[in-house]
Design a protein. Structure first.
Length: 364
C-alpha cells in the first residue's frame, strides 16, 4: 500500500501539542513530510523553547506514524526556532533581544521575583538564551536569588554599556549591582524611570531569545515607562488566591490591556499548604482565586504553586528550585509554565485577537 502525505498529516492531526493546545498541522509546525517507499521523514519546527519536551514528542509522533499500513520506519525531527515577535506599535526593538517578558503583580509579597527567577531558569533549561532584568529599583532581589555575591559590579564596555553578570547560565542585570545593599533608593518617579531605561538600553545583552523583566509591584511610573518605551511581547501576572491580592492583580491585567501588551497568563502562588509533619493540606489564602482571575480575563492559568518552604529556602540560598531540585514536582510545574509562556508568545497574534471583545451587529 502506498503511503501518502495526506495519510501522515491525518495521523499528526490526532495528536495535540500540550503547550500550543493545537495539533502540529493546525499550529503550522510541520515543515516537511517526505515519503520514500516505506520510510517517512517528518520535520517539525516549534516556535518556543522545548528542549526537555521535544525528544519525547518526536518519539510519540514517530511511533504513531509507524502504525500506518505500509510504513516500516518513521523519523521525526523536532527543532526549536525562537523568533522575534511584535511588541507595541511605535516602540523600537531592542538590540540583541528577541522577546521581552514582563513579570508583574498588583501588590508586593506574592512571590513575583521568585516566579521571575524560576521562569528565566526554566526557559534556559529548555535551551533558550535568557536574561533577567531586575526592574524593581526600590527592592532589587534577583542578585540574591541568583547567588551573586554582594558588592559584585558589572564591567563597562567602551564607557557606554554594562556587561551583564552571568549566573546559572542566565545573564542578570540589577540596580543592586550598581549600589550598596544597605542604601535605599530614595528617588522620585522620573529618576526611577530614567534609571530603568538606562538599565535596559545600556546593558550589552548577548543575543537573547527571552529577557525576563522582574517588575516592581503596582501600576505606577515604572510600569508606564516600560509599556511606552520598551518592546514587551507579553506580561505574566503573579497573584495569590487571596481576595485582596486578586483585587490588585485585576488592576495589573487591566493596565497591560490598556497599553496593548498581551497578558500571557496568570501564576498563582501559595495556593495550598501541606503540613510537613502530618501531610494535612489546607488553603491558607483561599481557593481557586487564580483560576477565577484567568477565566474572567480569558487568559491561561499558567501555574498554581504551593506555599512551600523549599521554594523560599532555595531562592534565599541563590539556587532557585528549578536548578536546585530539577526533578521535583515544583520544578516540573515551573518547566511547564516556561514552555506555556514560550508557546503563548509564539502564538502572540492569536493572543491579541482573543483579548479583543467580540462585536456583533444585529438588526434590532
Amino acid at each position: 500500500m502506498t503511503v501518502t502525505r495526506e495519510a501522515v498529516e491525518a495521523v499528526l492531526r490526532q495528536y495535540t501539542d500540550p503547550n500550543l493546545n493545537q495539533d502540529p498541522v493546525a499550529a503550522g509546525c510541520v515543515r516537511s513530510i517526505d515519503v520514500v517507499g516505506d520510510h517517512v521523514s517528518v520535520q517539525i519546527e516549534l516556535g518556543y523553547a522545548a528542549g526537555l519536551f521535544r525528544s519525547g514528542w518526536a518519539q510519540m509522533l514517530a511511533m504513531a506514524i509507524e502504525q500506518l499500513d505500509g510504513v516500516t520506519r518513521a523519523d521525526v525531527q523536532v527543532d526549536c526556532v525562537i523568533r522575534s515577535h511584535k511588541a507595541q506599535d511605535q516602540v523600537e526593538a531592542l538590540a540583541n533581544v528577541k522577546n521581552i517578558i514582563a513579570v508583574a503583580s498588583g501588590k508586593g509579597g506574592v512571590g513575583k521575583s521568585t516566579t521571575a527567577a524560576n521562569l528565566a531558569l526554566a526557559l534556559a533549561r529548555e535551551g533558550a538564551r535568557v536574561g533577567v532584568l531586575d526592574a524593581d529599583i526600590y527592592g532589587p532581589s534577583q542578585g540574591i536569588m541568583f547567588g551573586i555575591p554582594e558588592g559584585t559590579r558589572p564591567e563597562i564596555r567602551d564607557n557606554k554599556a554594562f556587561i551583564p553578570l552571568e549566573a546559572h547560565g542566565v545573564q542578570v542585570m540589577s540596580m543592586a549591582f550598581l549600589s550598596d545593599d544597605k542604601t535605599p533608593m530614595v528617588w522620585r518617579g522620573p529618576m526611577v524611570s530614567g534609571a530603568l531605561l538606562q538599565l535596559i538600553t545600556q546593558t550589552a545583552w548577548n543575543d537573547l531569545d527571552y529577557l525576563v523583566v522582574d517588575m516592581p509591584p503596582g501600576t505606577g511610573d515604572i510600569q508606564l515607562t516600560l509599556a511606552q518605551k520598551v518592546p514587551v511581547v507579553g506580561a505574566v501576572i503573579v497573584t495569590t488566591p487571596q481576595d485582596l491580592a486578586l483585587l490588585d492583580a485585576k488592576k495589573g491585567v487591566e493596565m497591560f490591556r490598556k497599553v496593548n501588551i498581551p497578558v500571557l497568563g496568570v501564576v498563582e502562588n501559595m495556593a495550598i499548604h501541606i503540613c510537613s509533619n502530618c501531610g494535612h493540606a489546607e488553603h491558607l489564602f483561599g481557593e481557586g482565586g487564580g483560576e477565577k482571575l484567568a477565566t474572567q480575563y480569558n487568559v491561561e492559568l499558567l501555574a498554581s504553586l504551593p506555599l512551600s518552604m523549599a521554594i523560599r529556602s532555595q531562592a534565599d540560598a541563590g539556587n532557585p528550585t528549578t536548578i536546585a531540585d530539577p526533578e521535583s514536582q515544583i520544578a516540573m510545574i515551573y518547566q511547564q509554565m516556561a514552555r506555556s509562556v514560550g508557546a503563548r508568545i509564539s502564538q502572540s497574534g492569536q493572543i491579541i485577537a482573543q483579548s479583543m471583545p467580540n462585536i456583533t451587529v444585529s438588526d434590532d
